[in-house]
Ligand binder design. Structure first.
Ligand code: CUA
Length: 180
């Protein structure tokens, strides 16, 4: 990932440098004030509308999968997570794979961040838990295992100890458990 970012930056810097060089080169010639004014106006208008359309398209593409704006699925299971200095109270111990899980987050004292991590500590989703509010995010597990909830916002001396756990079982195993 870092290598990609580095190369994108290098390429963008090279493109910008090329634009600057071409501007410096073209600025040494002479042209009539009228023709320059027309060309400049055309370029200005094109750049303006181009940037506007490009910006709007970029916004739409990048903001569309906004996780918090999605309505919860009908068959979703809600897991309530209450943060307090310095622990998370999770009302459900086990959830199945393949079912959308809505994490409903709130706090009894200060703002906490709730990050959902897999067994390799890869961050899967996150939102803030805030006193007086219930924030939600939805996640569907595809692998069974032990998942962790870690606090992502410094909330006092015990911040680093603030963790919760959630066991995810394969949906077939949970169905069998339900039948017994
Ligand atoms: Cu709760 Cu940091």
């Amino acid at each position: 990932m870092h290598a990609i970012v580095l190369w994108v930056s290098v390429i963008l810097v090279l493109i910008l440098s090329a634009i600057f060089l071409s501007v410096i080169r073209s600025s040494t010639g002479s042209a009539s004030a009228e023709s320059v004014g027309k060309t400049a106006n055309t370029i200005r208008l094109l750049s303006f509308w181009g940037a506007l359309v490009f910006g709007a398209a970029l916004l739409y593409i990048t903001l569309r999968p906004w996780p918090h704006a999605l309505p919860p699925s009908d068959d979703a299971i809600t897991v309530t997570v209450i943060g307090s200095q310095w622990s998370f109270e999770v009302d459900t111990e086990t959830v199945p794979t393949g079912k959308p899980i809505v994490f409903a987050l709130t706090s009894t004292d200060v703002n906490h961040g709730v990050g959902l991590y897999d067994e390799n500590y890869v961050l899967l989703n996150q939102a803030q838990s805030m006193p007086g509010y219930t924030n939600r995010f939805e996640y569907t597990f595809d692998k069974p295992g032990t998942y962790r909830l870690l606090c992502l916002e410094y909330c006092g001396l015990g911040h680093h100890e603030m963790a919760g756990e959630l066991t995810v079982t394969s949906s077939t195993a949970s169905a069998e458990l339900g039948r017994k």
